[in-house]
Design a protein around this ligand. Structure first.
Ligand SMILES: O=P(O)(O)OC[C@H]1O[C@H](OP(=O)(O)OP(=O)(O)O)[C@H](O)[C@@H]1O
Ligand SMILES: Nc1nc2[nH]cnc2c(=O)[nH]1
Length: 180
């Protein structure tokens, strides 16, 4: 069934197709490779949505690295963000590591700011961020921007490529916008 026809996702509009997303992963991986191939970075996937971009980007990185995950969320199936709640910290030591945090989207940025602060407080040497989508608006947390991003999206609620709408659509290969 096309995503637009799923009853909970009625009115969804495809804004980036699967090819565009594949090309975005290629670009992100090339940029990370050019800066990190001799740094043995620790790559952290932000659960849940970051698992899809991480699973696409990391196999494109053909150099030594380590992987772990963290789970922090501020939306929890809502379409407006709240306080950042931690469910899991990485088990790897991040002291003196060059870390790349991979997530699906940078929206207002509170999630990544909370994560960066926690990793720096834990002794990370450097923390970079890679997101598939940078959402364009004027409500970003002060000082946050993605070091690597795949596509820039309008200020609408998105799903696909890791992002959900009402718990659905994370597995859609393209990105859809929906009025919620
Ligand atoms: O830039 P922000 O406004 O802080 O929003 C971005 C965060 O929101 C989503 O996570 P969510 O809390 O929905 O958890 P999920 O990954 O489980 O969907 C997304 O995966 C980012 O982590
Ligand atoms: N699914 C989803 N999660 C988000 N978290 C922050 N912005 C968004 C969005 O547009 N869609």
């Amino acid at each position: 069934m096309p995503w637009e026809d799923v009853p909970e996702l009625k009115g969804a509009e495809l804004i980036f197709d699967a090819d565009a997303i594949e090309q975005a992963y290629d670009r992100i991986a090339a940029q990370i490779t050019s800066q990190y191939s001799d740094k043995r970075p620790l790559i952290l996937s932000v659960m849940i949505g970051g698992i899809i971009p991480a699973g696409q980007i990391v196999p494109r990185l053909d150099f030594p690295l380590e992987m772990d995950y963290l789970h922090a969320t501020r939306y929890r199936n809502e379409t407006r963000g709240g306080d950042l709640v931690w469910h899991a910290l990485p088990t790897s030591s991040f002291e003196d590591r060059d870390i790349i945090v991979i997530d699906d989207i940078l929206d207002e940025g509170f999630t990544l700011v909370g994560i960066i602060d926690a990793l720096k407080a834990g002794g990370a040497r450097s923390v970079a961020t890679a997101v598939l989508v940078n959402k364009i608006h004027e409500r970003k947390h002060e000082g946050i921007s993605a070091d690597f991003f795949g596509v820039e999206a309008p200020d609408r609620y998105l799903f696909g490529a890791g992002m959900d709408c009402k718990g659905l659509g994370r597995n859609a290969p393209g990105i859809y916008a929906i009025d919620v």
